[in-house]
Write a protein that binds this ligand. Sequence first.
Ligand code: F6R
Length: 639
Amino acid sequence: MRTHAPPRDESLRFERIPTEVFADAETACRALAARIAGEIRHRAAEGRPYVLGLATGSTPLPLYRELIRLHRKEDLSFANVVAFNLDEYYGLSRSHPESYWVFMREQLFAHLDIPEDHIHLPEGTVPRSEVYGHCAGYETAIEAAGGIDLQILGIGRSGHIGFNEPGSRPDSRTRLVTLDPVTRRDAARDFVGEENVPRHALTMGVATILDARQVVLLAWGRAKAEAVARAVEGEESDALPASFLQSHPNAAILLDPAAASELTRVRHPWRVGPVEWTPAMTGKAVAWLSSRVSKPILKLIEDDYRENSISELITERGSAYQLNIEAFNRFQHTITGWPGGKPGAGESHRPERAAPHPKRALALSPEPRDDTIGMGGTLHRLVDQGHEVTLVYLTSGDLAVPDGDALRLSRIFAELDLEQDSAPPNEKLIARVHEELGRKGPFDPDSPELRYLKGLIRREEARAASQQCGVHPSSTVFLDLPFYQKGRYRSFAPGPDDLAKVVRLLRDVRPHQVYATGYLQDPSSVPGICFDLLSQALEACRDEPWFADCRIWLYRGAEAEWEIHDIDMAVPLSPSELQNKVQGIYQHQSQRGQTPFHAESGEEIWQQAAERNKHTAALYDALGLPEYEAIEAFHRYQP
Ligand code: F6R
């Protein structure tokens, strides 16, 4: 009897690895953890071990939190689990706070009943002469344990899995590798400076990973979207080692919507099946076509639509002429020099309503500087146009202040002390911090007093920057959310105290406009956590009278800008306004010279930010819209 293969899902025809998109990282990790728990219990019932391959980094954290919860609340025992980690920085001892050994202990093992001798990580301090033997021994240990049942992976922006950087061969085994510059740059924040990031690592090889019986790669946030799309839809190639999962018989990829955003089914859905031609989808398709054929919108002709397989749109709208006009108007109506609304003007074509005027605008900055980078020019306009702007720094940002800056400040205080009759009020604190800076290594956690001093440095920088953007220092609020004060990068645990502070802020200000960022970002990053808190806080205020009259505008960071079809408000900046914004960014002195997250090599953040804004202006220009020097872009968020 002939059997029929199930009909192929055409929307997935570009995808070479089974890929599932979840509502968010938590939902994906709950599903995966439940599966892992089932397999662990099944093996335990048979009296056999279950071998897990594990990853570090921020990606698996929601999974680890859920496994810990299952252990605590649902009696899931890890006594029969044997764990092998993918990698370890070479040169870091097991006591180093940034070592993967410490990371795994803090984030997972210390909270489970996994036996100590079931835990395996490569040893970062093994002498060079013994590296080969150590790596071979790691492979043997995996084999002796019966091979890995399930390997968890994250993905680097370089496309690495484990630390198999571009160029890694599919037959590679556990070995010493050199880290890609992109990887070192992405780790710079954890090590407070790229120069402190190790250059080498020990990692399982691609073949070691592919030997696992199941492989699950996880990715969250927009920053991973390109690497994910290339791994899933591109050619299998050592230029992007994650693509080697294509030849694994039992590999899967779990994503949140932001990490899936470059997949063809999301990016160009009309290429994989029927779509609903909403105005937003139409705008997206027309902008795509315009850039594909390098023509401004109003010059697109029917042949362009036909040759690029979207003639369906013309059928819907009647003619290319009609369609072009509609799309052109839509983009044109996003442009406004009046981000708070233009008093007295008709508003049907404007992104913001005219009344009330002035508006109470609340601009939220996860860490100091995000506001200046994302909306420094718009802040200036809001103030100039008479609105009441309150600038709120959600976290102190002290973790990003190099020790050298604190040392300089403490020296100044020490000097003052010598020259003045009366000692400065915090003399003892300064003396203690000074002493701490003299003895601590770059990775020793800062004492609360040192963090306080570093926080003050950032406060002053933030005030100077906001003043440059026209906001009076008295209109700045430092919320110092507790999750940040209690944590460090990659191990923040926001709680009810954080939420309560954000809710109180909204209730105090009752804003007409909220400007925020962090949407689509890695959910464990500071902006990602802050956005999550904001959305929960908005939910809590949903029934309050001010809420119905409040619009939420999202800005993006320097690392990425909104895609043109997602922009609902485009605020043009003149050359001098852009220059002023750059000066604002420059006020964040302690952050100067630090390689920004996700930047091109050698680029400083002010350059990156200015280029983003110029790029957005160039995109508008290419669509046939007015040519501006720079544009700050906002997406309207409707909770
Ligand atoms: C970590 C590892 C790496 C990370 C990747 C993503 O053990 O092997 O491949 O999974 O660099 O890092 P995060 O999750 O921090 O974005």
